[in-house]
Ligand binder design. Structure first.
Ligand code: F6R
Length: 618
């Protein structure tokens, strides 16, 4: 995790680097730092805390803001607690080099001992300070240029990194490199300026031209000369592609909402529409998805589908299991990427692996993909971030087109992932003939109605606020659902935990009597998804069981429900739809509930403690 930014060109670097850090704070926010080079001196400002705390320091002295070259960092601590000293940038002992780093150097301890034996001493506990000194040592010993020194040093490193390195003795260049953590280079007009960042959001108002470094690549960014990209291991030159950025500034600003999370919840009608736009031809009964169309045989002859992901993306995968089995009759296994990659799983070339990831950078998911590929499986990615590592590592894929998701708690990523999985499952069901043609068209039309139904649901804000107010002080909460809505119960519980820090658990409703029912008393709020499809009668019985033990019931029901209304303490009504599409609706009130509870508890909704948006460490 961590976010890095940098600038070299003709403008003042400070506002570019500092504003860039603000946009990257979703990647980590326990400390922040910046180095500006004013033509003579490298000015370093860094602190524990957020970018706004860093600004307080830089505001104390204009010198700290001077320079046309700068690098910055916002941290999510791995090696060394969050404090001023461990914050980046780090300088080499000689005082010539400055570095910012996103990732982990796993063999840092061995390297550190070797450097100590050669007379180096260290101020911080970080692996990054080891790396910058290693680069300086290589440069000194080999008598080479900075680019070569970085390259040679990185061949000694085990771990993951995206780095930007600056040398004040050669101040017309910045070296960047990547392995396992992303890095984008914005190219200014006529190569007169360059921007560096963990993703392209920090520089979208300056340039639309971007180079995404691939794994094992290093770039020498030189003023007026351009960007030269090399492979770190074999020194071969890479023909770096300049891509056109699709994002715009409006997409990454709050647009009048108090938090990104609320904005992103409200963006779901559009995001879901954008996900299926151009893919559904309801009248003709056709779903077009290039990644599936071009590999149809692989899907149709697959022995099974294995879905891998983490967190919310894993929950979307669980909904996918119900979808694929129900619509396409293909056996599915859903795996935590972190377990799958280390379990020595049985994977064959007849398996199709679907990897789901909003960021496209999650280290465990990426490793699971590599493992599946090495066993000959066909790997299909469902990602949101265009050009991300997972999007590139997979054989084919489908983007969710949700637009940038900045709030750390995933919302629109979840519903758009489910939308993509629905489309794939439905397409396969129709190709295999496991889902009747007539139903197929109906399903598509119902899917097209989902955005307006979500819109309708988003209007119940006030009712949700009232419920949030009543239960905001709970210590524990249970979330129950069955069938397609069991994963929604898990997701509802995760949303509450991560932003309000209230302990919550999701369960399949019928499992309650095998243990969790012991927890039920008058202090236990139980959120139950009880729509009028699937196993309605069974879930009504589950609700009765909770009621009999004085639990408080907040039920999500279909509009017009009578039975649950009689028993529940509160009901939240959702519009009628197909059971398989219902997670797209039932999840909305749960997102709003966790949002309002966190706001009422005064928590940092967009940047909850200990979390980061892109988990690029194992
Ligand atoms: C929860 C959340 C995380 C992510 C998980 C995977 O709100 O955001 O659980 O879902 O870290 O991230 P991606 O989807 O980027 O692979």
């Amino acid at each position: 995790m961590c976010g890095i930014t940098g600038y070299i060109g003709y403008r003042d670097a400070y506002p570019i680097v500092i504003n860039g850090l603000k946009r990257l704070e979703y990647r980590g926010y326990d400390s922040a730092g910046i180095m500006l080079y004013d033509g003579e001196t490298m000015h370093l400002s860094k602190t524990k805390g957020k970018v706004c705390d860093l600004e307080e320091i830089t505001n104390t002295n204009e010198k700290r803001k001077k320079g046309k070259i700068g690098i910055g960092h916002t941290r999510w601590a791995t090696h060394g607690v969050p404090n001023d000293v461990n914050s980046h940038p780090h300088f080499s002992q000689s005082g010539n080099l400055a570095i910012v780093h996103n990732g982990i150097i796993e063999n840092y301890d061995t390297l550190k001992k070797e450097l100590i034996a050669r007379g180096y001493s260290f101020k911080s506990d970080t692996d990054t300070e080891v790396l910058v000194n290693l680069i300086d040592e290589v440069k000194k010993n080999e008598g080479c240029k900075l680019g070569k020194a970085v390259q040679l040093a990185l061949t000694q490193v085990i771990g993951a990194y995206a780095i930007a390195v600056f040398d004040k003795t050669k101040p017309n260049e910045i070296i960047v490199a990547r392995l396992g953590s992303p890095i984008a280079i914005g190219v200014g007009k006529d190569f007169t300026e360059f921007f560096i960042a963990s993703d392209a959001s920090p520089f979208i108002e300056y340039t639309k031209e971007v180079i995404y470094l691939d794994e094992h690549e290093l770039a020498i960014i030189k003023l007026d000369k351009g960007v030269k990209v090399r492979k770190i291991n074999d020194d071969s030159l890479v023909d770096a592609k300049i891509e056109e950025l699709q994002m715009n500034l409006e997409q990454i600003e709050k647009g009048g909402y108090d938090h990104f999370m609320l904005k992103e919840i409200h963006e779901q009608p559009k995001a879901i529409t954008d996900t299926y736009r151009g893919r559904i031809l309801a009248d003709e009964g056709i779903i077009k998805m290039a990644g599936v169309d071009n590999n149809l045989e692989k899907f149709l002859t697959a022995n099974r589908i294995i879905i891998v992901g983490c967190g919310t993306s894993w929950h979307a995968g669980l909904v996918g299991e119900y979808l694929f089995e129900h619509l396409a009759r293909i056996p599915v296994e859903v795996e935590y990427a972190s377990e799958f990659r280390y379990r020595d799983p049985i994977i064959t070339p007849k398996d199709v692996v679907i990897a789901i990831s909003q960021s496209g950078e999650t280290a465990d998911t990426l490793a699971a993909i590599k493992l599946a590929k090495s066993k000959g499986a066909f790997v299909f990615g469902v990602c949101n971030v265009v050009g991300s590592s997972i999007a590139r590592e997979t054989h084919a894929g489908a983007y969710t087109h949700a637009g940038p998701e900045i709030g750390v708690a995933s919302t629109k990523a979840f519903t758009t992932q489910i939308t993509v999985l629905s489309l794939i499952a439905l397409k396969l069901g129709s190709e295999k003939g496991t889902y009747a043609k007539a139903n197929f068209q109906n399903y598509l039309r119902r899917m097209e109605l989902i955005p307006s139904k979500v819109e309708e649901l988003l209007k119940i804000d006030n009712q949700i606020k009232e419920i949030a107010h009543i239960y905001k002080d709970a210590y524990n909460c249970l979330y129950l659902g069955r069938g397609f809505n069991f994963p929604v119960a898990l997701e509802g519980a995760l949303k509450l935990k991560e932003i309000s820090y209230i302990h919550a658990e999701g369960y399949p409703a019928a499992e309650m009597k095998h243990g969790p029912i012991a927890l039920i008393d008058e202090n236990m709020p139980v959120f139950v998804i009880a729509i009028n499809k699937g196993h309605y009668e069974k879930i009504v019985s589950n609700i009765q069981e909770i009621k009999a033990r004085s639990g408080k019931i907040i039920a999500i029901v279909t509009q017009g429900d009578v039975e649950v209304k009689r028993i529940a303490d509160h009901i939240i009504e959702i519009p009628e739809t197909e059971e398989a599409l219902s997670p797209l609706l039932t999840t909305i009130p749960l997102q709003l509930l966790s949002y309002y509870i966190a706001v009422m508890l005064n928590k940092n909704v967009d940047q909850p403690r200990n979390l980061a948006k892109a988990v690029t460490v194992e």
